[in-house]
Design a protein around this ligand. Structure first.
Ligand code: EPU
Length: 422
């Protein structure tokens, strides 16, 4: 298990290229199951979650490899084992997004039921409800979801909202299944995240007939079959937001390439409110912080609201604001594992139910801290770059799930992070 030694404080300056989106790549990889033949995906990042997804598709019968020019090639000509094994699903919850496409392609799927994780219970009841509405028979056996539709799925109008709003991977599952269902499906209260838009655009390129893309009402005319695809994945808005915080928390200036501000309006708005300058430039933007950080109140929401996946990183930034901020988590009310760790670094955070009161401090002080999940660990790295002294972040594998070699991208722009294997 690797650890990071982070020397601080540093001031970042320079250019960083944002990679393709992890959370768009994963469902698009699953979508490749829907077509016999070889799909070629570009801009898929090199992350452990992507490797796990590749292994999962390999177990189903697909061949998955990287071409010399780094495209991810998935040959789904043969799917002879429509089973998502526990050993893989327990390593990555997003494995659940093979359920819909497998069912549509094979008429049957068995996928291990994902457990909870550090950010909460994370049920999949809405995925199951949506697929049942399309005519699937679904039951649970020995920890596996067994889904069957031997005569195919049938389109229907479905309300897919839940207690916490829309579901991203639930929408992905039902949308993928609906592309091959007989007749018309309407998904009401669909997730509008850019990753779902990217998936829908990819599906349409494969021959699906989806309209309403980007809205909470997706309409799908089922087709008999889909074709393999060549598709480029969108830039990762969460990685971009994390690097924006990196510039801001270190009073630095970063030019981010391959970054779509249009996908990040709520985030950009918050940065501007707290005194961080973000100017569009070329294929990305320049992020600069010259003034003290101002306070802000943040409530996480489904897109186009402020994303839960940037809540921890913003908490690190607001720890250094002049005054009190309030952060309310409306997607995963328990996603606060970073609070105690940031407090170990002299932040002043108080959790009150699904909210955290952030009392700004003058400086953060380095400490040994424990990464608990992907975005929480990103927050600790950000805090470490601003803190005085040597911060040690344990369990770096969490960060490797979603950020490709983060230290090799931060060090050239002024960070001082050393990875040590232990
Ligand atoms: N929910 C239910 N029932 C369901 C599904 C979801 O109650 O059947 C609830 C969840 O518990 C949560 C809310 O609905 O309260 C939204 O969860 P959602 O289903 O949208 O989350 P997800 O699809 O499992 C994706 C991302 C997460 C991101 C969330 C929210 C991927 C692979 N994962 O998860 O990303 O936080 O959407 O935007 O796309 C990350 O990258 O660090 C990460 C956790």
């Amino acid at each position: 298990m690797d650890i990071f030694h982070i020397e601080g404080p540093v001031r970042l300056s320079g250019s960083v290229k944002i990679n393709g989106s992890k959370n768009a790549s994963l469902p698009i990889m699953a979508a490749s199951i829907l077509a016999k033949g070889k799909s070629v995906l570009s801009s898929v990042p090199h992350l452990s979650d992507i490797s796990v997804c590749g292994q999962l598709l390999g177990q189903l019968g697909c061949t998955v490899d990287r071409s010399p020019n780094d495209n991810l090639c998935i040959d789904a000509t043969v799917i002879d084992n429509p089973v998502g094994e526990y050993e893989i699903v327990r390593r990555m919850r997003a494995s659940i997004c093979i359920l819909g496409p497998l069912l549509a392609r094979c008429g049957r799927a068995e996928v291990s039921m994902p457990g909870g994780c550090a950010i909460g219970d994370r049920p999949i009841d809405i995925h199951v409800r949506g697929l049942r509405e399309l005519g699937a028979k679904i039951h649970l056996k020995n920890g596996y979801i067994i889904a069957e539709a031997p005569k195919g799925l049938k389109g229907k109008a479905i309300f897919l909202g839940g207690a916490f709003g829309s579901t991203v991977l639930g929408t992905a599952n039902v949308l993928m299944a609906a592309t091959l269902a007989k007749g018309k499906t309407v998904i009401e209260s669909a997730a509008c995240e850019p990753e779902i838009t990217d998936l829908a655009n990819c599906l349409n390129k494969m021959g699906a007939k989806i309209t309403g893309i980007g809205s909470p009402r997706l309409s799908v005319e089922g087709v008999r079959e889909l074709q393999p695809v060549e598709y480029k994945v969108i830039p990762d808005r969460i990685e971009a937001g994390t690097f924006m915080v990196a510039a801001a928390i270190t009073s630095g200036e970063l030019h981010l390439h391959n970054c779509r501000l249009d996908d990040m309006m709520a985030v950009v708005d918050k940065f501007r409110n707290v005194g961080v300058t973000i100017d569009a430039a070329g294929d990305g933007c320049v992020v600069t912080r010259r003034k003290p950080i101002k306070t802000a109140d943040i409530t996480t929401q489904p897109y186009p609201g402020f994303p839960t996946d940037l809540q921890a990183q913003f908490m690190a930034l607001l720890s250094l604001a002049r005054g009190n901020s309030v952060i309310i988590e409306k997607i995963f009310p328990d996603r606060f594992m970073h609070v105690a760790e940031l407090n170990r670094m002299a932040a002043n955070l108080r959790k009150e139910g699904p909210a955290v009161i952030v009392a700004g401090v003058k400086k953060l002080i380095a400490a040994p801290v424990m990464a608990s999940d992907l975005r929480a660990s990103a927050a600790l790295v950000l805090a470490g770059m601003a803190a005085e002294g040597t911060t040690i972040v344990n369990r770096v594998y969490h960060i490797d799930r979603g950020y490709e070699k983060i230290e090799e991208r931060l060090n050239p722009v002024g960070a001082n992070i050393t990875r040590q294997g232990i």
